[in-house]
Design a protein. Structure first.
Length: 146
C-alpha cells in the first residue's frame, strides 16, 4: 500500500510486456483492505482472490465462470455494437476507457499506457478509437493553456 495518493502497487513479474509495477486507484486499495480482513493470516505473497486454490488455472476457471454468470443475469453477454462476447479481458478495455472518460481528458495517456503495460498506439487504435468526444474533451482541445 502506498500513500499520497492512496493506492496499491502491484508487481507484474511475467506480464505480456515483461516486469512492471502497476498503480491502482484508491477504490482498489479500499477494497483490498476489506478482503485482507477476511484472511487475517495471509502473507504478502498470497493470492488475493481464491487464495485457497493453489492451482491458479482452477481459480481462473472459477472466476471466469462467475463472471459469465453475472453477464448472463444482467443480460449483457454480448456487446451490442461489436456482436462479440464479453470476457474477463473485456474489463481491461473498460478500465482503460473509463480512466480516459472519468478523468475528463486529463489523464496522461503515456502514463496510462505504461501502467497498463501497453502503448499509446494500442490505446489509440483499440481502446480510445470509438470514445465519444465529451464537452470536457472538446474544451481540452480548445485550451491554450492555463
Amino acid at each position: 500500500m502506498a500513500k499520497k495518493p492512496t493506492r496499491l502497487l502491484i508487481t507484474i513479474r511475467n506480464g505480456k510486456t515483461g516486469y512492471r509495477v502497476a498503480n491502482t486507484l484508491i477504490g482498489t486499495a479500499v477494497r483490498y483492505l476489506k478482503i485482507k480482513k477476511l484472511y487475517p493470516d495471509a502473507k504478502p505473497e498470497d493470492y488475493v482472490f481464491l487464495p485457497q486454490y493453489k492451482n491458479r488455472h482452477t481459480a481462473a476457471k472459477i472466476i471466469q465462470r462467475q463472471f459469465r454468470e453475472v453477464l448472463r443475469r444482467a443480460s449483457i453477454e454480448v456487446d451490442p455494437f461489436t456482436g462479440r462476447k464479453h470476457t474477463l479481458y473485456s474489463l481491461r478495455h473498460t478500465a482503460i476507457c473509463m480512466r480516459i472518460i472519468m478523468s475528463k481528458g486529463k489523464v496522461n495517456i503515456f502514463n496510462l499506457a505504461k501502467n497498463a503495460g501497453t502503448s499509446v498506439d494500442q490505446i489509440e487504435r483499440f481502446y480510445a478509437r470509438n470514445l465519444p468526444l465529451s464537452p470536457e474533451l472538446a474544451r481540452n482541445l480548445q485550451s491554450m493553456g492555463d
